[in-house]
Design a protein around this ligand. Structure first.
Ligand SMILES: O=C(O)C(=O)C[C@]1(C(=O)O)C=C[C@@H](O)C=C1
Length: 109
């Protein structure tokens, strides 16, 4: 296959990754709401250790285990932020053209 064909393959894979990450985020958000309702902490290090172990066990290469786990650490960081509602407020602020932290529009008056 030539470079263009491989790039088309990567574009198609990226669409699947985005859809799967969105599905994962919906599940994490649902867990976050259940945790809020039952006063459980967002951060569950034991559960995260189990996930990293499953990821290592599922890995057939060519990515080294350590790199895959790094990707997962980042994914779960983002899921935790979503559960704490930090990302939800950032997203709605940016949709309105506002700074998530200050709520300012960034336009000169
Ligand atoms: O399983 C949970 O308790 C979750 O909240 C989900 C999740 C994850 O994204 O996989 C997120 C945060 C926790 O620290 C552990 C795992």
């Amino acid at each position: 296959m030539d470079i263009e064909s491989w790039r088309k393959k990567i574009d198609a894979i990226d669409l699947q990754i985005v859809a799967l990450l969105s599905d994962r985020a919906v599940a994490a958000q649902a867990i976050g709401k259940l945790k809020q309702a039952t006063d459980l902490p967002v951060y569950e290090p034991n559960r995260e250790r189990v996930i990293f172990e499953k990821v290592r066990a599922a890995n057939k290469g060519p990515l080294p285990d350590i790199e895959l786990v790094h990707i997962y650490e980042r994914i779960i960081d983002v899921m935790r932020a979503l559960q704490s509602d930090e990302l939800a407020s950032q997203r709605s602020a940016s949709a309105k053209g506002k700074d998530a932290r200050t709520g300012e529009t960034g336009k000169q008056s």
